[in-house]
Design a protein around this ligand. Structure first.
Ligand code: BDR
Ligand code: CA
Length: 316
């Protein structure tokens, strides 16, 4: 069977790098697009090129939006350090981005692969929102959007909002309201799905220089997550949005309504997910329902998932 075709739109970022490496081994990765988010666009682009070089992945990388659509920038995510990819010293990448803008690259790739293309959104959603506004036929062309972002429970940017949504809330609303089939794996799943010290030791033992570099990065990320959130895992947020296309049984989803809160004194940027009924809001007579617009992740076999990711990284 042909491998699913995918573009990764990202803001690398430790976990973005792992998602790129994982997708390149299992899927038909057509390109990587970068966006502001974990760090400046210049740094997320540099880090994306580093990921491609580290994995010897031969796909185009296109640079996208420098800042959010409407709101001011929320600033860089300190969890990834000053460069956005702290923990290992990399030489400046020799690869360069293509000259085409990410928004044009996404539209053109969707046009060429109508009905087949999955877009993985693992950073703020500015590029895809712009693409949908610029080319409304994207709504028919894209097969599915898979999102790492949001949460059915707590956020990390605020008690209500997860970082990728919080970093461009209006863009996220455009994407969630686009009518394109959606899959959301949120912080409720990803904060408990990560590498522990033993996983990092296993990567270090695997011998290759790429695995040594990944282990250095993950050690930095683990330490920082412990300091910031008291976590004993380095959460592999972003790869969780890729997993369903490789190992469909590892994450369980509910088809329901997922809405982005655009106002709210304490809740702006929250993803309001109707998980009041285990089979989805469409099946019940609950009050105040809105139409289902996507699949939201409600549980995961986190340990198995991480084992599959480590096995894949060991091939680098
Ligand atoms: C998300 O925010 C970023 O820091 C991570 O790369 C991930 O995409 C988790 O909230
Ligand atoms: Ca990310």
């Amino acid at each position: 069977m042909a491998k699913p075709k995918i573009i990764i739109d990202c803001d690398p970022g430790h976990d973005d790098l792992v998602a790129i490496l994982f997708a390149a081994k299992h899927l038909d990765l057509l390109g990587v697009t970068t966006v502001h988010g974990n760090n400046t666009l210049a740094n997320t682009t540099r880090n994306g090129l580093i990921a491609l070089e580290l994995g010897k992945i031969d796909v185009p990388l296109a640079m996208g939006a420098v800042e959010p659509l409407v709101q001011p920038s929320v600033g860089i995510a300190s969890g990834h350090g000053k460069s956005g990819l702290d923990g290992h010293e990399f030489a400046d990448p020799r690869l360069k981005p293509i000259s085409q803008h990410a928004v044009d690259f996404i539209i053109e790739t969707a046009r060429q692969h109508q009905g087949e293309l999955i877009i993985a959104m693992i950073g703020p959603q500015t590029n895809l929102a712009l693409a949908i506004k610029r080319e409304p036929r994207m709504r028919q062309w894209i097969k599915e959007i898979t999102i790492m972002g949001g949460s059915t429970t707590t956020g990390n940017f605020s008690p209500a909002a997860e970082f990728n949504i919080a970093a461009d809330i209006e863009a996220a609303s455009v994407v969630f309201e686009s009518g394109i089939p959606l899959r959301m794996v949120g912080y409720n799943i990803t904060r408990q799905t990560g590498f522990d010290s033993a996983d990092i030791a296993r990567l270090r033992q695997s011998g290759s220089s790429a695995c040594q570099a990944i282990a250095d990065l993950m050690q930095f990320y683990l330490t920082r997550q412990g300091e910031m959130y008291g976590l004993t895992l380095a959460p592999m947020h972003d790869v969780c949005a890729i997993i369903p296309y490789v190992y469909p049984d590892l994450i369980q989803f509910l088809h329901t309504s997922i809405r982005v809160e655009l106002t709210g004194t304490y809740t702006r940027g929250m993803t309001v997910c109707d998980v009041r009924h285990p089979r989805g809001s469409a099946e019940t007579s609950l009050r105040n329902r809105t139409e289902p617009n996507g699949f939201v992740a409600v549980s995961a076999r986190s340990r198995d998932l991480i084992d599959r990711v480590i096995e894949t990284l060991e091939h680098y």
